[in-house]
Design a protein around this ligand. Structure first.
Ligand code: XIL
Length: 377
């Protein structure tokens, strides 16, 4: 658990008093997880409204109390770090790194390449790669990876590539870099990351999910991982985002049925069969299709969380559980995927006033029930 400043501790208790609620007594979630060789953490946004959770001292104190590590919600993405082809802006990423250091929190990196054109900086789409585009594209990519990974050598892991499999086809997405470099693009990223961040675990991260509608996505991810392994790319683990509940890119997933669990296990078994470890990198529960009633909704969110975590923690290869934010107020899902009734969403372990919800207890209970494993060094 990270140490926090006295000021932040006061702010946290102030926020708790103001809302008439206290944080749960006892150990933080990371301390509970660690007993089983697992780490717990959260994403946090520094300066990308409406996700600037970092400006809230109560929230920072909550992160320090519950988490062992944090990940930038957007601040390592190209569209934040690379305002122009020739310029880097590390201001937000540096603030986050300083906070992690001061609070004794680990850092994980997301992501060296989010290989989707809609999430790349605008200038990239029209960039002139000149008469030798292969060399120029490879140079731009490898320089980026070396610069960013080199600046943050403390990273415990890096999502080297994010979401490069097209869920509709199972093939690699068409992107600026992909069109020029072909599938070798992914190998280049992993090899460059290995050289630039030799101590970090290297991850492929994606949102393939459970349910029959996700079968093509799962198959596509397996194909990519098999290709990387066959070509000896230095990959350590698969990052399973864990945006469960459905609603954004996937159909409704408010249940984790026995059939879904069987198919999901078959997928996870293939991944571990390749010698890869596993992480849950962006856990949240989209409650878009859940009842409006808050106790009922919170119970559904907690139940789905528990089912998913129980199944995943059964695998000794699962080394980290990261939530995509700690408190509902700062969840990306508020804007991305609003409820039809317009009510605020409740996808995360703490509510808008930073009071613990049943999802928080579901996560703690899943850790307590989990088998022990060998932690990542
Ligand atoms: C999301 C952030 O939460 C938003 O603030 C941003 O506007 C878009 O990206 N999968 C990922 C994350 O890998 O990077 C995404 O984060 C959520 C889905």
């Amino acid at each position: 658990m990270g140490s926090i400043s006295r000021r932040e501790m006061l702010a946290l208790s102030g926020a708790a008093l103001a809302s008439g609620a206290a944080a749960p007594a006892g150990e933080g979630l990371d301390a509970v997880a660690r007993k089983k060789g697992v780490r717990f953490g959260s994403a946090v946004g520094v300066g990308t409204p409406p996700n600037s959770a970092f400006d809230d001292p109560g929230y920072r104190a909550l992160l320090a109390r519950e988490c062992g590590l944090i990940v930038a919600e957007n601040e390592h993405k190209w569209y934040v770090l690379r305002p122009a082809a020739e310029r880097y802006d590390f201001a937000h990423a540096d603030r986050l790194a300083a906070f992690a250091r001061e609070s004794g929190l680990g850092l994980r990196g997301h992501t060296l390449l989010w290989n989707r054109d809609e999430w790349s900086p605008k200038w990239l789409a029209t960039h002139d790669f000149g008469p030798r585009p292969r060399q120029a594209a490879e140079r731009m990519l490898t320089e980026h990876i070396r610069t960013v990974a080199g600046r943050y050598p403390q990273m415990d892991s890096w999502d080297v590539v994010n979401e490069t499999v097209d869920p509709a086809t199972g093939e690699l997405r068409e992107t600026v870099f992909g069109r020029i470099l072909g599938p070798e693009l992914i190998d280049i990223c992993f090899h460059t990351a290995k050289a630039a961040a030799p101590k970090a675990k290297l991850i492929y991260n994606d949102y393939m999910n459970f349910g029959p509608a996700e079968a093509k996505h799962r198959a596509g991810v397996l194909k990519l991982l098999e290709r990387l392994k066959a070509r000896n790319a230095p990959i350590d683990a698969l990052g399973i985002q864990g945006h469960i509940g459905g609603g954004v890119d996937s159909p409704d997933m408010t249940r984790f049925s026995p059939a879904d669990q069987r198919d999901w296990r078959a997928f996870v078994d293939e991944v571990r069969g390749m010698g890869l470890d596993l992480l849950i990198t962006e856990l949240d529960v989209n409650d878009k299709a859940m009842p409006a009633d808050i106790p009922q909704r919170d119970a559904r969110v907690a139940g789905l969380t528990r089912d998913f975590l129980d199944l995943m923690l059964d695998y000794r290869e699962l080394k980290q559980v990261i939530v995509w934010g700690m408190a509902d107020r700062y969840s990306w899902l508020q804007g991305t995927s609003p409820r039809p009734d317009g009510l605020p969403k409740r996808p995360l372990p703490y509510d808008a006033e930073l009071r613990a919800k049943p999802m928080r207890e579901a996560i703690a209970a899943a850790f307590r029930a989990a088998p022990e494993r060998k932690a990542w060094a």
